[in-house]
Design a protein around this ligand. Sequence first.
Ligand SMILES: CC(=O)SCCNC(=O)CCNC(=O)[C@H](O)C(C)(C)COP(=O)(O)OP(=O)(O)OC[C@H]1O[C@@H](n2cnc3c(N)ncnc32)[C@H](O)[C@@H]1OP(=O)(O)O
Ligand SMILES: O=C(O)CCC(=O)C(=O)O
Length: 375
Amino acid sequence: MKKLNVEICDVTLRDGEQTPGVSFTCEEKKSIALMLDEIGVEVIEAGFPSVSENEKRCVREIADMGLSARTCCLSRAVKSDVDAAIDCGVDLVSIFFATSDLHIRIKYKKTREEMLEEALRMVEYATEHGIDVRFSAEEGSRTDISFLKEMFERGYEAGAKYSSIADTVGCMTPVEMYNTVLDVTETLKNPLCVHCHDDMGCATANTISAAQAGAFQLHTTINGIGERAGNAALEEVLVALRMKGGIDRYNLTPLMKTSKMVEEYSGIKVAKNKAVVGDHAFSHESGIHIAAMLVEPSAYEYFPPELVGGQRKFILGKHTGRKALEHVVKCLGCSITRDECAWVLEQIKTKSEGKCSITPEVLLAILKEAREEKH
Ligand SMILES: CC(=O)SCCNC(=O)CCNC(=O)[C@H](O)C(C)(C)COP(=O)(O)OP(=O)(O)OC[C@H]1O[C@@H](n2cnc3c(N)ncnc32)[C@H](O)[C@@H]1OP(=O)(O)O
Ligand SMILES: O=C(O)CCC(=O)C(=O)O
């Protein structure tokens, strides 16, 4: 396995907060920042200071928390935004402008060359003020690649420490992302960042493909929250880096707790079947699976729940088999005979088909009935 050379910039506090309806209090942002620091992400994007005075104050407070992670904030290519970032005392500012022809035509009253010149002046201005710059192409994935290369070359000359491609509308597939990163990094003189959205459900795959092709800074959000369908999920990217990228330096144990915290603060429910942190990520009902897992859990789990602070659960239902039932009954401190087992299984399946959940109480009632009826 080739060990990947990457760092994480988590953008939960900025792009994550752009999820419609979401607004974190400063205390909530700081609690999330502490969890991100415990996990060991290298960069925390604390916010977008120009959004409001309160946002600016909070970015400054996060920059002053003495975290191990470096702090970052977002800035348009305008002096007032860059000044706000400088005032906040962050380590890194992401100076962005939208580079696709579509966005330039509809958003700016300038040509792309004029926008580039203006943005480069902001890169120089920030650099002169001692702040590291990530020079970012919003809409990078829908941009003429020769213009991207020119932008990044000139950004580097102006002092940018990183170049960044945003797949703003999540229009890429993993193969397209891989090829784009290979192409761009061929001539790039500073590290490349990727910021992937999930409009086609490819954000995590695109992020990992980008890393495999040579991207260095990977953008993530906890639970994959963010604009529209969200961003690449931190928990998914970190597990993929551990399992496929040879990277074991992140502390994955707080992931489940962090996910729950962000679920509560954002009000955005995590789907039960969400990878890594969903309620069902380590839940099993199928009899054939549980029978095998009782011998060896890795038969049906690629990574163990403890890795991410989760717990394995065996659920009873329509798909239960004898071995699973015997195991669950034993865990409840009871026993069951072969004959009882057949009858209880039949009851469980019938009840499940009637959409009844087989909770421990329901199971105990069935067991009692089995004994009374001497099945
Ligand atoms: C892809 C991304 O996620 S980018 C980040 C998106 N995040 C947000 O928009 C959330 C925060 N936004 C806000 O709070 C507000 O939109 C603000 C404070 C940033 C700006 O508010 P307003 O001044 O009222 O401007 P408004 O939102 O109506 O329009 C955006 C303006 O920024 C300009 N702009 C947008 N991006 C850039 C950029 N990267 N560089 C320079 N100017 C930009 C637009 O051209 C437009 O300018 P105009 O008013 O001269 O036409
Ligand atoms: O690259 C950045 O720093 C911001 C861009 C962004 O959020 C996006 O395009 O979705």
